[in-house]
Design a protein around this ligand. Structure first.
Ligand code: PLP
Length: 382
């Protein structure tokens, strides 16, 4: 029987057009862009043209795009790049950031911005937490466990106010806003000036592009220290021979995401609506985590009251349906997800949470089959 894949927030299958765009760089156009003979110069021109296309999608200048191997590296470069540059400064990050922000932040003086029960950051708490040494604020655009969309424009405006106050006081420490947009590009605009961000992480693996592809947008005038030193590629910020195939695949994936965004958001929202209606009709009590109004359309985090999430996930898998355990309590790490505890879920509710995420190949039939299977698996009389 056909499998039902409902874990697009974890990984997306590569689009055929992406694969086609990558293929030439593995053999015909394999040359090193740093080589000075004609083929090397051609590779350099190709890379710069790809950079140009990516910049166009996010409203940036080409020199503001630093290719990385995915969003984890981009997040590490953003955090360490800024924090190492401004010694003795501090950073803030939201309580629901991905581990690839929280992990590097732990190396520096840092604080958490609390979120409310819907997973939205509390803006006046952010303003109170910013002090004269705060140089970086990192708030993700779409949360990977809840789908919650953060009010980045308002956060950016609050940071603008801090800049003005610092200028008036003669404090010349800059303050930057970073966003991890890894879950966003399929459904939301990620135009950097509209979001008001100084740094932004994007990856290919969530937008039907190659895994380990991605970039960090670094706004002109934002000074960051490199993570990886060597030959000085990527404007000195990310040494190593450039991966043209990954960059080419990423560009096509990003362009496709941008052109399909509106229609796909409407289609996937419809599927989510149908799924949530189905969840409401189950015999077991189901509550949806996160904000109803500020949520990316592809993601549903649901508490199946009284049901063990690992067991339900395994039973769904046996029935051919793939989803994720909302609480990241992996077998080796028996602690509830920091995201679910940040929104106030207790351990019991967190251990009853599953995450379902939809994508390009999800159909109404997949949704109906999943609801039917959930009805069978959660029926207390079975
Ligand atoms: N940030 C968020 C919000 C994510 O969902 C993920 C992937 O799970 C990452 C960062 C890490 O991305 P990558 O696997 O490209 O390093």
């Amino acid at each position: 029987m056909k499998k039902v894949y409902l874990d697009y927030a974890a990984a997306t299958p590569m689009a055929g057009q992406v694969r086609e765009a990558m293929a030439p760089y593995y053999d015909k156009l394999f040359h090193n862009p740093s080589a000075t003979y004609l083929a090397g110069r051609t590779a350099r021109a190709e890379l710069e043209s790809i950079r140009h296309r990516i910049a166009a999608v996010i409203g940036a200048r080409p020199a503001e795009i630093i290719f990385t191997a995915g969003a984890t590296e981009a997040n590490n470069l953003a955090v360490q790049g800024i924090m190492d540059r401004y010694d003795g400064s501090e950073m803030l990050y939201s309580a629901i950031e991905h581990e690839s922000v929280i992990g590097p932040a732990a190396k520096y003086p840092s604080g958490e911005i609390p979120v409310d029960s819907k997973g939205l950051i509390i803006l006046n708490k952010l303003s109170n937490l910013i002090n004269d040494r705060t140089v970086l604020v990192s708030v993700m655009l779409v949360n990977n466990e809840l789908g919650t969309i953060q009010p980045l424009r308002e956060i950016s405006a609050a940071i603008g106010q801090v800049r003005r106050e610092r200028a008036a006081k003669g404090n010349d420490l800059p303050i930057f806003l970073h966003t991890d947009a890894a879950q966003a590009a399929n459904y939301l605009g990620i135009h950097t000036s509209r979001l008001g961000v100084d740094l932004m992480s994007v990856n290919g693996g969530k937008i039907y592009g190659p895994k380990q592809s991605g970039f960090l947008f670094v706004k002109a005038g934002t000074s960051v220290e490199p993570l990886i030193r060597g030959g000085g590629q990527e404007f000195g910020l990310r040494s190593g021979t450039e991966n043209l195939a990954a960059a080419a695949g990423l560009a096509v994936a990003l362009e496709m995401a941008a052109s399909g965004r509106k229609a796909e958001s409407v289609r996937v929202s419809g599927l989510r609506q149908e799924f949530e209606t189905g969840l409401g009709g189950l015999a077991v009590a189901v509550t949806i985590n996160g904000s109803k109004h500020r949520r990316a359309p592809h993601l549903v985090s649901a508490v199946f009251t009284g049901i063990d999430n690992e067991r339900l996930m395994m039973e769904l898998d046996e029935a051919g349906i793939m989803c994720a355990i909302g609480s990241a309590c992996s077998a080796s790490r028996h602690e509830a997800s920091h995201v679910l505890s940040a929104i106030g879920l207790d351990d019991t509710a967190a251990r009853s949470t599953l995450r379902f995420s939809f994508g390009r190949h999800t159909t109404a039939d997949d949704i109906r089959r999943t609801i039917g299977t959930l009805a069978r698996l959660t029926d207390s009389n079975r």
